[in-house]
Design a protein around this ligand. Structure first.
Ligand code: FAD
Length: 333
C-alpha cells in the first residue's frame, strides 16, 4: 500500500450542519479553513504543502473556492487586442475528491450562480453527489471584470437564494426535467454567505439581512461570514440576524492581514473596514514580516474572543498561504 495517503479509503462523510451540532453538544470550537485551487498550470502539491501542517488542528471540513471565467485581453503583434475567456483557477471539484482521499476530511466546494445555467448547476450537483460530497456553499458570485453588475446566465440564477432552492429541490429528488421518475435524492448541507459589514450592492445592512433571510427561508443550513477585523461587527450582525428571525448557525470568517498592500486591497476587494488600531500598527511596521506577525496577533485576539463566546466553528481565509494560519491555530486549537 502506498504511504502517501492516496491508497486510503475515504471514511468520514458528514454534513457541515451536523459537524456544527456535534461541536455545540461538546461545547467545542472547531478550526476550519478555505483554500483556493492553484493557478492553472501549477501543481496540487502546493496546496498539500499548505494543508499538511494545518491537519494537526483536525479541521472537520475544508472549503474550496470556485473561480469563474474571466475575460482577458492579449495584445497582438499588429497592435490589436485579442479577447479571450479563461478560467485561471479551475479544479474545484477535483480538489474536493483529492482532499477526501488524502485527508479523510469533508470538502465544501463553493458553487456559483455566475457562469452556470440551471442545467449546468444540476449536472455539477450530480457530479458532487456521485463523488460522495454532501456539502456546498451556495453563492451568487461577482460580475465578470468587464461587467459593472452581476449578469446571470440565460436560464441561470440571479441570486444565491434561487440556487439554494434548486439544491433543496434536488435534496427532495426534484430535478429540472419533470418527466424523470424515481429520482435519487441528494443530501447536501447548504451554506450561504453573510456580510457583517453589508454586501457592497445592498442599500443598507437591514435590507441585506432581509435578503439573507431569503436564503435561509429557501433552506440554507448555516451562514459563513465575510472576513471582518472587529468582533463587535460580527456580534452586532448576529443580533440583527436573530432579530430578523434567522436562527441557523453563523460561522465567523477571519483573515490575518499579511502585507502592507492589503491595507487598501482588503477594503477595496471585500468592502470591510480595518479598526484604526490595527491599521496604524500595520502602517508603522518596517516590513511585511512584521505585518504578518501583527496580523497573527490580531487574529489570535479575535479568535480567542470568539472561542470564549462559545462559537462552535471559526473559519479562516488562507488565501493560499498557511504559515500564519498555523501560528494562530497552534495558540487556540
Ligand atoms: P446573494 O445572496 O445573491 O446577494 C447578492 C446581493 O443581492 C446582495 O447585495 C443582496 O442583498 C442582494 N439580494 C439578494 N437577494 C435579493 C433579491 N431577491 N432582491 C434584491 N436583492 C437581493 N465568490 C466567488 O466567485 N467564488 C467563491 O468561492 C466565493 N466564496 C465566498 C465565500 C464566502 C464565505 C463569502 C462571504 C463570499 C464568497 N464569494 C465568492 C464572494 C461572493 O460570490 C460575492 O460576495 C457576491 O457578490 C455575492 O454573493 P452572495 O452569494 O452573497 O449573493
Amino acid at each position: 500500500m502506498r504511504k502517501d495517503g492516496w491508497a486510503r479509503i475515504y471514511t468520514t462523510k458528514m454534513r457541515v450542519d451536523q459537524h456544527i451540532k456535534d461541536a455545540e453538544a461538546r461545547n467545542e470550537t472547531l478550526f476550519t479553513f478555505e483554500i483556493l485551487p492553484p493557478l492553472k498550470g501549477q501543481t496540487i502539491h502546493d496546496i498539500y504543502s499548505n494543508i499538511d501542517p494545518l491537519m494537526e488542528f483536525k479541521p472537520p471540513f475544508i472549503n474550496v473556492t470556485y473561480h469563474r471565467e474571466q475575460v482577458v485581453y492579449k495584445r497582438l503583434p499588429n497592435g490589436l487586442l485579442e479577447q479571450k475567456v479563461v478560467r485561471k483557477r479551475p479544479g474545484t471539484v477535483g480538489i474536493c475528491a483529492a482532499l477526501m482521499n488524502r485527508y479523510q476530511v469533508d470538502p465544501v466546494p463553493h458553487l456559483l450562480c455566475g457562469g452556470f445555467d440551471k442545467e449546468d448547476t444540476e449536472n455539477a450537483l450530480i457530479d458532487l453527489h456521485f463523488l460522495g460530497v454532501e456539502n456546498v456553499l451556495a453563492l451568487r458570485g461577482d460580475g465578470m471584470q468587464d461587467q459593472v453588475y452581476f449578469v446571470p446566465e440565460t436560464d441561470g440564477h440571479a441570486y444565491a437564494s434561487e440556487l439554494v432552492e434548486q439544491i433543496v429541490n434536488m435534496n427532495q429528488g426534484i430535478y429540472l426535467d419533470d418527466e424523470l421518475i424515481n429520482n435519487s435524492a441528494t443530501n447536501f448541507s447548504i451554506g450561504v454567505a453573510g456580510y457583517p459589514e453589508k454586501h457592497f450592492e445592498a442599500p443598507s445592512l437591514n435590507v441585506d439581512v432581509s435578503n439573507l433571510k431569503r436564503k435561509v427561508d429557501a433552506g440554507a443550513n448555516y451562514i459563513v461570514t465575510q472576513l471582518f477585523f472587529d468582533n463587535s461587527k460580527y456580534f452586532e450582525f448576529v443580533d440583527k440576524c436573530r432579530a430578523a428571525g434567522i436562527t441557523i448557525p453563523i460561522i465567523p470568517g477571519l483573515k490575518p492581514i499579511a502585507t502592507k498592500k492589503q491595507l487598501s486591497m482588503l477594503p477595496h476587494r471585500f468592502h470591510v473596514d480595518l479598526p484604526d488600531e490595527l491599521a496604524l500598527e500595520v502602517m508603522k511596521a518596517n516590513d511585511n514580516a512584521a505585518v504578518r506577525q501583527i496580523g497573527v496577533e490580531w487574529a489570535i485576539k479575535q479568535a480567542g474572543e470568539l472561542k470564549a463566546a462559545g462559537i462552535p466553528v471559526i473559519h479562516f481565509y488562507s488565501m493560499g498561504k498557511s504559515d500564519n494560519i498555523y501560528n494562530i491555530a497552534k495558540e487556540l486549537f
